[in-house]
Design a binder for this molecule. Structure first.
Ligand SMILES: [Fe+2]
Length: 385
């Protein structure tokens, strides 16, 4: 519902090709635009699962030359992006194609802007530092997670300081997002669990963000509804095309949300964990998420009721406070059912690192609905331990 009290800004760039088998037409599309050479940016897991095969045959059919760069690691490093960009420059490519999870898409985003902007990735850490128009990029997600295919953000690790940087610019949004549910069919279950939770956390943190508005709420509530309805069937069987398709739709909507509102404390803490422990992003955010939700419930009780309704939780006759408790319980239940470790102590994290991680995380708590201090962050880490 729109209220006149604060109005809103909402930006995005949308060009979506969404259907089972959608990757098969990419070659034809590129040929129409006169593109002759592309770089495919991906990770070893995608190659092993042969998820790029339909893309390759589509490029071959259209006589488009390609090279594959498959060195992308989880929590991609600036040096990896720069290595891929050097290769792309040598090849004189017309388009970069990112295929994989958020790491591959974010690396491809860096390749696209490093080809037309001088210097290193770290020179572009922060908002609106990318000045020149990047070369066109196509994003093909193989997880329903980051929503990176529509976001104006690339999360890259500074390999010297071991912290997560965030390149944020409307210019780095891919010009085409190809959403093909068939690509998710062979996703390992633990990856399905981590990435799906990441998507749900995006939708909820964006909905609760201080920067949320009536327009981002449309996307986020629909995302919460789709993701919470399909997360279990998708985890149970990633080749369930209906579940995979709805998860892809939900993660993309949540991506549009976070691209405009930022994320909350689960991401502030999760990014600090990713930097210090090289932990999978979805896992790092998931472990702390129920505790962050418990912390935030008092700040936005009305919005917790809306979350409960979107998740179709049985809350009839309950007070706002009781509904808040139900939502938090549902988050713990989800982690349990998706076999996601619920404690940091089981993930080789040591308590000695809490202070240092809190000093990093405090820089990312601004959008969180409840005011957060470094002491609060340390307490959240302790509760998650
Ligand atoms: Fe995330």
């Amino acid at each position: 519902m729109f209220t006149m009290d604060n109005g809103f800004d909402f930006s995005g760039k949308l060009n979506i090709n969404f259907k089972p088998g959608a990757v098969k037409v990419i070659g034809k599309e590129l040929a129409k635009q006169g593109i002759e050479k592309v770089l495919i940016v991906t990770d070893p897991g995608v190659l092993k699962a042969k998820l790029h095969e339909n893309l390759i045959s589509s490029l071959n059919q259209a006589n488009i030359q390609y090279q594959v760069f498959s060195d992308v690691e989880p929590n991609p490093r600036d040096t990896t992006c720069e290595k891929a960009a050097i290769l792309a420059k040598e090849l004189k490519i017309g388009t970069v194609i990112g295929i994989g999870g958020g790491s591959s898409l974010d690396t491809a985003k860096c390749v696209s802007f490093l080809l037309t902007n001088p210097g290193r990735v770290k020179d572009y850490n922060g908002k609106d530092k990318v000045k020149n128009e990047p070369i066109p990029m196509i994003a093909i997600p193989t997880t329903a997670g980051t929503g990176s295919e529509v976001t104006a953000n690339a999360a890259i690790t500074d390999s010297e300081k071991h912290i997560k940087m965030s390149v944020r610019s409307q210019k780095i949004i891919p010009y085409l997002a190809v959403l093909d549910p068939e690509l998710l069919a062979t996703l390992p279950q633990h990856v399905a669990a981590f990435s799906s939770m990441d998507a749900l956390i995006h939708a909820i943190e964006s909905f609760l963000s201080r920067n949320a508005n009536s327009f981002s709420d449309f996307f986020n509530l629909k995302a919460i509804e789709l993701l919470s309805k399909y997360i279990r069937p998708f985890y149970a069987e990633p080749s369930n095309t209906e579940a995979a398709g709805n998860m892809l739709l939900g993660s993309m909507l949540a991506g549009l949300g976070i691209s405009n509102t930022g994320t909350g404390n689960a991401h502030a803490l999760g990014r600090a964990l990713g930097g210090d422990y090289d932990m999978a992003h979805g896992l790092a955010c998931s472990v702390v998420f129920p505790h962050v939700m418990k912390f935030n419930a008092m700040a936005q009780p009305g919005k917790f009721v809306e979350i409960a309704k979107a998740m179709d939780l049985p809350v009839k006759g309950l007070s706002e406070k009781e509904i808040g408790v139900k939502v938090v319980e549902e988050m713990f239940a989800l982690l349990d059912e998706l076999n996601i470790p619920a404690k940091l102590s089981g993930l080789n994290v040591t308590k000695e690192s809490f202070e240092n991680m809190a000093s990093v995380a405090i820089n990312n708590v601004k959008p969180n609905p409840r005011k957060t201090t470094e002491t609060d962050i340390i307490r959240l880490f302790e509760e998650s331990y």
